[in-house]
Design a protein around this ligand. Structure first.
Ligand SMILES: [Zn+2]
Length: 303
């Protein structure tokens, strides 16, 4: 049973939007593409995890806090006798393991040590359970999901599940009967209720409204070469089509995420979209889709 599904983090969304509207530095780009890749890997694992049978709770994408320490869990699985903490890595290419560190063979770039990260999360999660006065066996593993990944020099005692082992890992889970009771349910509910939405790990580039490229880009190819024809937004780059209303709402969501402190008004969305539509159209779309707040002269909108 899936108790919490996975969505793009606000950090990933913000970087995605910013990458289309400003020039990211190499470092920012690298961070952004890593987040995209990581998210893609997590979705791939979710697809495989659909084959899981027996009773269990699956809670994805958790951010928890214990004694002021935040920790993230990509996938938490509560089965009858064990809780699995899974860290999903979408690494690609050849890597090697040396002195407890992981390096890319091609670039010699060092990756964050997946075992340190995993142990930290597992230890903090055990403390978290203790605080809830719960006593469950916790097993933590790193899942390397990308079939194009090879790791050299990793000893067998490492908590790694390689691409060629993921299916067997899931099959083994399916072979162990699991029945959940009231205490599993209570635990799962408290975990979900303690999930934090404000992530202190977030790292975004500095940006301001003036510097960002305004306008609506094509939803397919991300080009700003779009124009309006009746109620449709057309892309002269790829021929993509989108309803004007959908495109404006999509851009309004970007505005809200990138500038949470600014009010969503007809004027602000009109400026942000920078499109050949009347303010009346914008006003109608915002009214129809959001809650109107305030009087005629200073109306703004909320989700
Ligand atoms: Zn396009």
């Amino acid at each position: 049973m899936l108790l919490k599904s996975r969505l793009e983090s606000n950090e990933l969304l913000a970087l995605r939007y910013l990458s289309r509207r400003m020039e990211l530095t190499e470092k920012e780009k690298y961070h952004y593409l890593n987040l995209e890749k990581g998210y893609e890997g997590e979705l791939q694992f979710d697809l495989l995890a659909k084959s899981l049978k027996e009773e269990r709770y699956i809670i994805n994408d958790l951010l928890l806090e214990v004694n002021n320490n935040f920790f993230q869990i990509d996938c938490l699985m509560i089965s009858q006798g064990v809780i699995h903490i899974l860290d999903i890595k979408n690494y690609h290419g050849d890597c090697y393991f040396e002195a407890n560190k992981l390096y890319s063979v091609a670039t010699k770039r060092e990756y964050k040590n997946p075992i340190d990260q995993l142990n930290r999360s597992a230890n903090l999660f055990r403390q978290f359970l203790q605080n809830l006065r719960q006593n469950f066996l916790v097993e933590a593993s790193v899942i390397f999901i990308n079939p194009e990944f090879t790791l050299y020099h990793a000893s067998m005692d490492k908590p790694f599940i390689f691409p060629t082992q993921v299916n067997r890992f899931l099959e083994d889970l399916n072979k162990t009967p699991s029945k959940l009771n009231e205490s599993h349910k209570k635990l799962a509910q408290s975990i979900v209720s303690l999930h934090k939405t404000e992530n202190p790990f977030t790292s975004l580039p500095k940006y301001n409204y003036e510097q960002l490229h305004k306008g609506i880009y094509c939803n397919t190819c991300k080009s700003f070469k779009v124009y309006k024809k009746n109620n449709i937004l057309l892309c002269s780059n790829c021929g993509g089509k989108e309803k004007i209303e959908t495109a404006i709402l999509r851009s309004a969501r970007e505005f809200m995420l990138l500038f949470p402190e600014q009010k969503v008004t007809t004027q602000s969305i009109y400026d942000w979209c920078n499109l050949d539509v009347s303010k009346r159209t914008i006003c109608r779309i915002l009214k129809k889709n959001y809650t109107t707040i305030g009087s005629t002269n200073n109306t703004y909108y909320q989700c």
